[in-house]
Design a protein around this ligand. Sequence first.
Ligand code: TYM
Length: 332
Amino acid sequence: MDRIFSGIQPTGDLHLGNYLGALRNWVALQHKYECIYCMVDMHAITVWQDPKELAASTREVTAGLIAAGLDPDHNVLFNQSAVPAHAELAWVFNCVARLGWLNRMTQFKEKAGKNKENASVGLYAYPNLMAADILVYKATHVPVGEDQKQHLELTRDIAQKFNNDYNQNFFPLTEPLIFGEATRVMSLRDGNNKMSKSDPSENSRINMTDGLDDISRKIRKAKTDPEPLPGDRKALESRPEAANLIDIYAALSDQSTADVCSKFEGAQFSSFKEELTELAISVLGPVGEEMARLVKDPGYLDSVLRTGAERAKAIANPILDDVYDIVGFLRP
Ligand code: TYM
């Protein structure tokens, strides 16, 4: 049976990249598949997190998922550390994955930066835990933004090696689902860098909790170039900031980039930005408001996470039991 799993780190604010690259697609998939969505707090601590902020952020991201339109009764929503099977399977995968595979992971290189020796072991083994997140449910499809593609290839390698090593056809070879017009939303300040929570410039991203004034200021200040908008998306290849704004407009309005280009052909950025601001406010405003409302009710959010964790355990534990049998672990 087809089963969806995806995860999000509860660190910092949810931003437009998370929304367009992941959350909106999760919402679109919720009635087509059995869906399991996870706040990956164990991944979060691979870099330092203030404990109080991590707890608050886990509730806030849960609120964001619900505000974006995920039905907590229909989907399984929970935080990773509440289901120990993730960490247990990750250990088995630490013994399946090869050092050479992890050495090729570009996200580790980016996140560890120049001071690799000082990065946590957890940051290095991060992709093994991610593979465990997915495979402990035998998930068949994983909706993500483009930046996660390499991690999903590693997940397939781990599944394949486990199956080969133990001569079993046990884990599925999970497919990434990367779709929509904004699979890689770029920074508003630099069209060659991904929009990210860790960018020190607040103006580089639109947060889901931004008010109307912040959204309009950030779009007004977004870097562009002096040329008018072209009628063809291909002409934007050497204009990354312009391309990014067009992609964002297309994704937010559920149109193709080709349609957006023909609509705005010859327009100046000043008028395009006004329309983009209006659109962004109309789509994000209600989500941000609902998020703010839900965050005021931590008891409700905790009950969603508690129920989700119980449902997640009911799926994961029997799969982990089978893995332990396959590996030869006694449970006397
Ligand atoms: P995270 O928390 O960085 O991001 C959550 C989701 O948002 C997408 N995303 C973006 N999409 C488009 N443009 C952007 N600028 C952008 N920034 C973020 C990400 O692709 C992701 O889908 N390693 C994962 C979390 C994770 C996970 C998993 C995901 C842990 N276990 C298992 C899938 C399956 C991460 O750090 O996502």
